[in-house]
Ligand binder design. Structure first.
Ligand code: PLP
Length: 392
């Protein structure tokens, strides 16, 4: 909860965000008195059905879509998997080629791997050292058999924001369907599916101070998509299963609150991000900011510190109740290096010296000061230990 754990300094909002108290309050009655099944014809069911419509409305407005273009899912992973498999299988008669990038979330990359086994051909576009794809590379990769482009709006590790409008324009001109994973961008970047020619867009509740296990897929009118989950006639027959009504109510409330203070929140995040970057650069020699300097998420600070092993740094910060990460939550625990850091050209040693700091609106400048102080102390100490062993 946002109000709790004052002494904890949580700086891993790209992994997940604290649930807002107002979101929880909105959800609770839907676990208790408002428990009706939205498919039931009597009043209690119809009341639940009505809130689904309101939630669709709220999410649709946030991205300039229509309410009936919003489909509820269990989160970002399901939305990505559904978008890629559902579209590619529906358009197989037109072609079997899909274009994505080498720095997508594992939900997209592993779905692509599965599709490759089913005979689809996938092009993984490279990115430059800042994590940007180049639209010229996309243009060269496209061919008559290309049916789908899936490029994430913003990267979950280094925060780089892709040229989504240009990609959408190209896709539209060439009759190719365009999906974007906007899990990290939602709430931090303006999203307009019409202006940006986006055909499908993935959202997740727990990255915007909403509940876990709920998300949405925007599917533009007219796009064909096979179900991923078969079952009843829920979600207009495209996604079976009784709806997660409390989760959907929570998602609606989180989106409402996000949109209410949208500009103010972004301004606050950027101000805090810049304050943090400047403090770190002033205090720590050889600190490097990874990702793009301007085209980056307001919340993201991704750093490397030469000669420092990130695992050790994280353990020390954890002992001070400061929580940052070494990479994406989905790959933590894996011994493999990050595919994103590899794609931007970081060597193994540098990749092992990186940390991801991702800010949220409940963070304060005072917390930034405490974090920098502990970071400086720890890095100085680790560097002293290293030099006493004769390493520079
Ligand atoms: N896509 C991106 C870019 C993400 O960062 C994440 C979560 O980390 C997901 C998809 C998966 O979302 P979920 O946790 O809701 O399944």
């Amino acid at each position: 909860m946002i109000e709790d754990n004052i002494k904890d300094i949580y700086l891993d909002h790209a992994a997940t965000t604290p649930l807002r108290q107002d979101v929880l309050d909105a959800m609770l009655p839907y676990f208790t008195e408002h428990f009706g099944n939205p498919s039931s014809a009597y009043r209690m069911g119809q009341e639940s059905k009505a809130v689904l419509k309101e939630a669709r409305d709220t999410i649709a407005k946030a991205i300039n879509a229509e309410d009936w273009e919003i489909y509820f899912t269990s989160g970002g992973t399901e939305s990505d998997t559904w978008a890629l498999t559902g579209v590619s299988k529906s358009y197989r008669d037109k072609g079997n080629h899909i274009i994505t990038s080498s720095i997508e979330h594992s939900a997209v990359l592993n779905t692509c791997k599965a599709l490759e086994k089913e005979g689809f051909e996938i092009t993984y576009l490279p990115v430059d050292s800042k994590g940007l794809i180049h639209v010229d590379d996309l243009k060269s990769a496209a061919k008559p058999s290309t049916i789908l482009i899936s490029i994430m709006f913003a990267n979950n590790e280094i925060g780089t924001i892709q040229p989504i409008k240009e990609i959408g324009e190209f896709a539209k001109k060439n009759g190719i369907i365009f999906h974007t994973d906007a899990v990290q961008a939602f709430g931090q970047v303006n999203i307009n599916v019409q202006e940006m020619n986006i055909d499908l867009l993935t959202l997740s509740g727990h990255k915007i101070c909403g509940p876990k296990g709920i998300g949405a897929l925007f599917i533009k009118k007219g796009i064909k998509i096979m179900p991923l989950i078969y079952g009843g006639s829920q979600e207009r027959g495209r996604r079976g299963g009784t709806e997660n009504v409390p989760g959907i109510v929570g998602l609606k409330k989180a989106v409402e609150m996000m949109m209410q203070d949208y500009e103010k929140n972004i301004e606050k995040l950027i101000e805090m991000r810049e304050y943090l970057i400047h403090s770190i650069f002033n205090e720590i020699q050889g600190a490097v900011l990874n990702g793009h300097r301007e085209k980056r998420l307001p919340s993201n600070v991704h750093l490397s510190f030469k000669g420092i092993l990130n695992e050790t740094l994280l353990i020390r910060l954890n002992a001070e109740n400061i929580f940052v990460s070494a990479g994406s939550a989905c790959t933590s625990g894996s011994t493999q290096n990050s595919h994103v850091l590899e794609a931007i050209g970081l060597d193994n040693d540098t990749a092992k010296s990186t940390i991801r700091v991702t800010l949220g609106c409940e963070n304060t400048k005072e917390q930034m000061d405490v974090f920098v102080e502990k970071l400086v102390q720890t890095i100085n100490e680790l560097r002293r230990i290293r030099s006493s062993f004769g390493k520079e």
